[in-house]
Design a protein around this ligand. Sequence first.
Ligand code: CDP
Length: 127
Amino acid sequence: MVVAGAVFDEGRLLAARRSAPPELAGRWELPGGKLEPGETAPQALVRELREELGVETEPGERIPGEWPLAPGYVLQVWTARLLSGEPSPLQDHDELRWLARHELDSVDWLDQDRPAVAEAARRFPGE
Ligand code: CDP
């Protein structure tokens, strides 16, 4: 399983542009990664966001749904709140962008992330 984070801060959602592998490079995703043995999804999410972006986060709710990836993998998405740090593209990504709700269509999301982003859009804080 792969877990990704819908990271919200100041009314914006964090989008990350992949730098690898070549077939995914340039496409945007909700940052995350594969669960390691023994991890829960929220634990994996906190670890992945720390490794990939250098931030500490608190997982919130799971966004309903499960999206197929490569054979044997499915994507689950959780909301997450930024606790500390400023996200930077340390691993897997070459650009980050904070998107307001009306800007969500301005980046080329990975196909499998699109339904999750649409669900996440309904969870913008304060709406
Ligand atoms: O960091 P780790 O190797 O654990 O995982 P990753 O390479 O970031 O993601 C594993 C797989 O999940 C990749 O094939 C990604 O394309 C996919 N993925 C995705 O489709 N959508 C996301 N939001 C995050 C990962």
